[in-house]
Write a protein that binds this ligand. Structure first.
Ligand SMILES: O=P(O)(O)OC[C@H]1O[C@H](O[C@H]2O[C@H](CO)[C@@H](O)[C@H](O)[C@H]2O)[C@H](O)[C@@H](O)[C@@H]1O
Length: 351
């Protein structure tokens, strides 16, 4: 099924240039250089044998989806948009927007991001997808009673704007998060290049533009602040420290929540979730798909890395090609009627 791979799946990978924007190995004094392609080394070639290209495996994957319902989950930064120095400028291309929109017309589609929900929505600008911000701690979903995988019932409050509900398991931490945000802004302002981003239910402290010799100081500052808040902890992403409330909730739980909301129970074998993501926080979602035993966890990476994903895509341009192929897939049984509430209002730039 979805998680199985046949030995014939091994691609004959030739070294190819890495787009500079995604290559974490292209570093000078800790800064990533851009637009300087280097050749993939042999360790990448053996890694990609273990994590075959989702593009090369596409036809085989599609065969396995016959008669099943596909649900698509997408991370934002590094997946739909390339990694850039300024987090406010991480735009996705029109082509990518169009592809996601087309995919979402065919299959239920959700964007699960570390960003705050409103910010990722502003970047994506599509109304036919579900959004889960703050690493899944801020979900916009249809009203429905749900039990999360930790076995607890969670309160869901109707959104003022319509029939949808907000699912915000970390709501009670808001006052503390705002306090921590202000302290971090104050304490890091003397560290050149440091940047604190308010992601609503979590905080990102960026060091992409910090001098390498100041990394330690920044990390110490962040950790010493968070240490005084017992209900919070720090995780790491791509040149970012993420301050999060210590609750049993991550992108994996968000994936389960959304599948449940869409009517697919935990044990349902009729659904094949695709999850495409590039960072550590996406590993939680890969793990959930693997434990379900059905679906496709796909990592976006141009360098070998430890991952629970079974397939790979090199960079956002390959994600685009994959989504275009998925949108172009012809099969009656898979067609998905977007709920009226989510139906695409004519989006100016898609006309
Ligand atoms: O879950 P994601 O949607 O991937 O969000 C994870 C973090 O993404 C953003 O930071 C990353 O992308 C930035 C823009 O390309 C880059 O400058 C930064 O170095 C990366 O870590 C976002 O700004 C963070 O808040 C998210 O936590």
């Amino acid at each position: 099924m979805g998680l199985q791979r046949s030995p014939s799946n091994k691609p004959n990978v030739q070294p190819k240039p890495i787009p500079g924007t995604k290559n974490e190995e292209n570093k000078v004094n800790g800064y990533s250089t851009t637009n300087e392609p280097i050749l993939l080394n042999s360790s990448y070639n053996s890694w990609v044998v273990e994590h075959p290209s989702a593009l090369r495996s596409f036809d085989r994957m599609m065969k396995a989806t016959k008669g099943k319902r596909i649900v698509v989950f997408l991370d934002y930064d590094g997946t739909l948009s390339p990694i850039v120095n300024d987090p406010d400028l991480a735009f996705m291309s029109e082509k990518m927007r169009k592809a996601v929109c087309k995919v979402a017309k065919k299959f239920p589609t959700a964007i699960i991001s570390g960003r705050c929900r409103d910010k990722v929505k502003d970047f994506v600008k599509l109304s036919n997808v579900y959004y889960a911000g703050s690493h899944g701690m801020d979900i916009m979903a249809p009203p429905r009673a749900v039990k999360s995988s930790d076995g607890k019932n969670h309160n869901i409050a109707p959104d003022k704007k319509g029939g949808e509900v907000l699912f915000q398991p970390a709501k009670k931490f808001m006052p503390a998060i705002q306090k921590i945000y202000r302290i971090l802004e104050e304490k890091t302002k003397t560290i050149q290049g440091a940047r604190v981003e308010d992601n609503r239910f979590c905080i990102s402290v960026h060091y992409r533009q910090v001098r390498e010799e100041d990394y330690g100081m920044l990390e110490e500052t962040v950790k010493s602040v968070v240490e005084t808040y017992q209900e919070f902890h720090v995780t790491e992403g791509k040149k970012v420290l993420e301050v999060r409330p210590s609750i049993e909730w991550n992108k994996g739980h968000a994936l389960e929540y959304l599948l449940d909301t869409l009517g697919f129970s935990n044990s349902s074998t009729d659904v094949l979730p695709f999850y495409i993501g590039d960072d550590r926080s996406d590993e939680d979602a890969f793990k959930v798909i693997r434990s379900r035993g059905h679906g496709y966890p796909i990592i976006v990476s141009s360098i070998p890395k430890d991952t629970g994903a079974l397939y790979s895509l090199c960079d956002p341009s390959e994600v685009l090609t994959f989504l275009e192929k998925l949108a172009g897939r012809r099969e009656k049984s898979s067609s998905y009627r977007t709920p009226a509430r989510l139906r695409v209002k004519a989006i100016e730039n898609l006309k």
